[in-house]
Design a protein around this ligand. Sequence first.
Ligand SMILES: Cc1cc2nc3c(=O)[nH]c(=O)nc-3n(C[C@H](O)[C@H](O)[C@H](O)COP(=O)(O)O)c2cc1C
Length: 327
Amino acid sequence: MKILLSFFKLFSPETSHFLALHSLKILHKTRLLNIFFSKFEDKDFQFLGLTFKNRLGTAAGLDKNGDYIDCLGDLGFGFLEVGTVTPLPQPGNPKPRVFRLSNENAVINRLGFNNKGVDHLVNNLKNRKYKGIVGVNIGANKSSKGQQRINDYITCFSKVAEFADYITINISSPNTPGLRNLHSDENIKNLIDAIEQCAIALNFVRPIFIKISPDESTETIKSISEHILISKLTGLLVSNTTIKKDMLENSKFKDLDGGLSGSPLMEKSTELLNSVNNEYPNLPIIGAGGVMTKEDFNKKIESGASLVQIYTGFIIHGPKIIKDILN
Ligand SMILES: Cc1cc2nc3c(=O)[nH]c(=O)nc-3n(C[C@H](O)[C@H](O)[C@H](O)COP(=O)(O)O)c2cc1C
């Protein structure tokens, strides 16, 4: 496995991501996946009326289009989150746009919601064989501004609702200009109201999370939490990547534009998770950011996360990390 991971790293991060997921898909289709990655005993976890095979899932971005649901599901994750998906397909930002920070166990990305559009994802959701929980992370197209941006979330919500076990509203990608403005008091209230109306109209009673940025002020996060608590939405996903690079003090990457994930994000995202949980103990939280080890996973749970997601740790260490964390 180590040899294979080293081989993939000979390519650019985006190419190696594609090659690795495609290899997993082939192994899955030829039924060889379980020979390479042995199964372990799951501990079912009940949360918000859903049964998760365990508490470790994939974070959004790993499988933006739902092209790898069955093979990722077979690796032993307790749940998957696919997306971010937008109403229309879009190419994302110019390449290079993903950077591997090997010494820091981190990644900087400025992909900008490259995806094949919501209809492609819905088709994959409809045809999945994986029986576990699949959440869908939704966003807005780059060209959409103002009310159109809110309409984009509603379009995606309406299309995925029937096929999603839960939905995450992503307002925190740093790579779509102005998206993080949705954290402001007035904007988040409008967005939550619109989502709530849509959920009621569709009779959608499964969980809805808002995925937040770790770079906002405590006041802003408090106000979002309070809006959620008085709405039909469920909770927070803490957090997306950070645009702050102060933890990369001595690194040549410290001035690179984009969102930082992996080890340097662990402390910041977990502190935010902990503070939200202390202030609002009844608010359900999914934790993400910097999980590389079982200790990191446990830290997220101790800090108030009911579920934990992983992205960068998985691409650095490969599928073995799932077993290392859960055993
Ligand atoms: C290459 C890359 C692409 C990502 N794309 C998305 C995305 O489309 N939507 C989203 O909500 N988060 C996205 N994220 C953020 C992750 O879902 C996660 O919140 C973040 O990376 C922190 O977790 P980690 O440290 O385990 O990677 C992306 C992260 C990376 C590294």
